[in-house]
Every structure is written in C-alpha cells, then in structure tokens.
Design a binder for this molecule. Structure first.
Ligand SMILES: [Ca+2]
Ligand SMILES: [Ca+2]
Ligand SMILES: [Ca+2]
Ligand SMILES: [Ca+2]
Length: 407
C-alpha cells in the first residue's frame, strides 16, 4: 500500500515556513542545496511518502540496511522473533534467510558485515531474547550463489540478556570487532535492575570465523539497563570509542593499548537509545530517556560533560532514533519513533546546534508502533529515506523522502 500525504507541522513559525516553501515552489525561486543540488526548503517542511513493504511481519525487533546481493543497491534486512529476512531493492520482495528453529527465539538484534571477507555480506545475530539465561550470539554466512543452504549459522557465544550488537574498530587495527551489550546484569531483578551490572563485551573475528573460537573481552560491567550502544570516534586516534546508554548516563568506553578499558561520563541522564548526528558542524547525540521513555534529549559536544537539552517529553514508549540531512541544508535532522498506545508514531525533529527544537513534523501518526528504524538513501536519489519496523503493528514501512521534490 502506498499513501501520499503532506505531513502536518506543529508551530506557527513552521507553518509560515511551509507556506513560504510552497510559494517558493510555485515561483520556482528555489535556493540551491549545498549537499545534493536539490531544492532546500525551510526547516520543518519535511515531506515523506509511506510505502508498506510487509504487513504481517510479527514483532519487527530490528531493521538495518546493506547491499545483500552485491548489485550496488541498498537492501533492507530485518528480524522478527524467528526469522531473518531481507527485502530486495528495488522491488522490496521479501527473501527469507533464516526461519523458525534456526536460532533460539526471539531474535533481537542484528548487524551486517562481511565477516569472513569473501566479498559477500554476512550478518551477526543476537537471539534468545526474553529468556534471561539463553541470550545467544551467532553469525549467518552468505554462502556462494547457488549453494545449499544459501545462509548458514555459526555460533559465536552466549550472554544472558543480550540485547544490542554493533560493529566497531575499537582497537584501531582497521578491522571491525563485534560489540555486544546485554541489557541487564545477571542476577539483577525488576523493576530497577540494580545489583550486578550488564556486561559490554567485545568479540574479535578469528582468522577462520566458521571454525575458530572468537576471542572475547569484557569492556565493562558497570552499567545498568544498558539499552543501547553507539560506536563513535571521539578523538584523533584511529580507534573508535563505544558510547553506552544506561541508567547511569552516557559513557565513552575507550580501549587502552594494553587492553584495559576506561569509562568516562560524557552525558548526565538516563538514556536508553543513542544516535549521532551533526548540526551546524557540531556533533550531537540524541537519546530517548529513560529507556522506553517519553523524552528525547540532545547532547552537544564540548569538553567534559556535553550540553543537555530536552526537546520532547510526551512520547509513549520512545524506542528508535536516526539522524540524516533530510532537507539537504547541511545539518542533520532527527527521526524518532515510539511504539506504545494510545498512538504510536514517527516524527522528524529539527534542532539547532545548541540542541534547541526548531520544528517537529509527524511522519506517521498511528500507523507504526516503531520498534526500530534505519536511515539510508534507498533509491539513490541522494535524499536519505527511513525504514521502520513495528511492534504491535507488525509491519515494515519505507518512508520515501520527497522533501523539496516538485509535485
Ligand atoms: Ca562474507
Ligand atoms: Ca579492530
Ligand atoms: Ca538538514
Ligand atoms: Ca532516497
């Protein structure tokens, strides 16, 4: 199903800006975009066209993008409780990589990478969710075209409460390690999950990742409700740091040359999601606070503790974030999704470099119980698009970015 609509805007200033935008379209007096040569509308005039590519997908725990078949087009990868699938560009036909029985349900997190360096994209996959002691970690190899099976599972390890994985070069050797975050410490209990901390683990792909064990190290076990992580190179050296979002705040985890890790607080709060953007040349982190919470917070980079500004405080179950320059003005805007009743949704927030809110534009009002989202240019028109996966709505949608596109 494809629907087209002009999204509503929320402030008088934005309404004025939108009117100015349409007037500009009528007179074709459009300013040149610094980024893509497209018309750059005023802030707030974001326009997206929704296309639902899956309607009965179950709980769409996670979604990401990558060129699965090596044809140069960006595809979509997604997981539900039992299946790992990809949606093939440009028709978005669903192709099943793994189905029930291949992993311990539920699948919960994935991260694509050519793990065995054979030129074909593979997938690291975390599963065993909802069963506190059965968090499992595996990788799914894309075998040669025509081979049976097409996709093959190889175990990596196990960690109770395993919740998020990301690829990052944490030691600066120009190959990626797999960063694994558990949500809750072993032996901690609801509702506050105090007591033992949640572990942050690093798994290093061995020479033969199909047969050799993956060396593992513990980066920290100091965090509680460690709901998400973000690789980010904070400083001048080649290695990436890992930002953790937990009940204790935003921490930068840095691996020392001797393999020991330092843990530095860079943001005071209780974040549960974290993503990096750049606004007015400044690096900014967006978070949902607390985890599954109602607020969105923007942290701006500066020495010591980053600045902190709350831009939203009325979400119901905030759960997914992504930054991109949706209007081509050289600064990123934030896509944010929430998943709970009474009305889940997805919106674009524009902020200034101090983190002050400029506009909020609804992109989906009730039709996406956003569990996860990813941002990528899915049709090669230089405009970043959004793909989101739903929890109670059981759907997967692409939101085609038509901001500034002539009608
Ligand atoms: Ca491969
Ligand atoms: Ca590395
Ligand atoms: Ca922008
Ligand atoms: Ca696009």
């Amino acid at each position: 199903m494809t629907t087209s609509h002009t999204v509503p805007t929320l402030t008088a200033a934005v309404l004025g800006a939108a009117a100015a935008f349409f007037a500009a379209q009528l007179t074709a007096q459009q300013p040149a975009s610094a980024a893509a040569g497209q018309a750059a509308p005023p802030a707030g005039a974001f326009q997206f066209r929704a296309e639902q590519i899956a309607a009965d997908f179950g709980v769409g725990y996670a979604v990401t993008t990558g060129d699965v078949n090596g044809d140069g087009r960006t595809d979509i990868l997604a997981i539900n409780a039992t299946d790992l699938v990809w949606f093939q560009a440009p028709t978005w036909e669903k192709r099943v990589m793994l189905t029930a029985g291949a992993t311990v349900a539920d699948n919960v997190t994935l991260a694509a990478h050519d793990i065995d360096r054979d030129g074909r994209l593979d997938v690291a996959l975390g599963a065993g969710w909802t069963r506190q002691n059965t968090g499992t970690l595996q990788w799914v190899r894309q075998n040669a075209p025509g081979a049976t099976p097409a996709w093959e599972v190889f175990p990596i390890g196990a960690e109770q409460s395993l919740h998020r994985i990301r690829w990052a070069d944490v030691d600066g050797d120009r190959s990626l390690e797999l960063v694994v975050a558990s949500l809750q410490g072993k032996g901690s209990t609801a509702p506050n999950w105090d007591g033992p901390g949640a572990r942050l683990l690093i798994f290093r792909p061995p020479a033969n990742p199909r047969a050799d064990p993956w060396p593992m190290e513990v980066a920290t076990e100091a965090n509680h409700i460690q709901h998400n992580i973000l690789p980010l190179n904070l400083d001048a050296d080649p290695q990436e740091e890992v930002i953790t979002a937990s009940k204790e705040g935003l921490h930068a985890m840095k691996r020392g040359a001797n393999g020991t890790w330092s843990r530095t607080l860079i943001g005071e709060g209780a974040p549960g999601e974290v993503r990096l953007g750049r606004v007015g040349g400044r690096r900014v982190l967006a978070t949902v606070e607390p985890w599954h919470g109602k607020s969105i917070v923007i942290y701006g980079e500066r020495p010591g503790l980053w600045s902190r500004a709350v831009i939203e405080s009325e979400l119901t179950g905030g759960h997914a974030l992504g930054w991109a320059d949706f209007d081509g003005d050289g600064s990123d805007e934030l896509a944010a999704g929430w998943r709970d009743a009474p009305k889940p949704g997805l919106a674009i927030y524009a902020v200034d470099r101090e983190g002050a809110l400029k506009s909020k534009t609804m992109i989906d009002d009730g039709g996406m119980a956003t569990e996860d989202l990813a941002v990528a240019d899915l049709n090669g028109d230089k405009r970043p698009d959004i793909v989101a996966s739903g929890r109670s709505t059981h759907n997967v949608k692409i939101y085609w970015n038509e901001t500034g596109k002539p009608k």
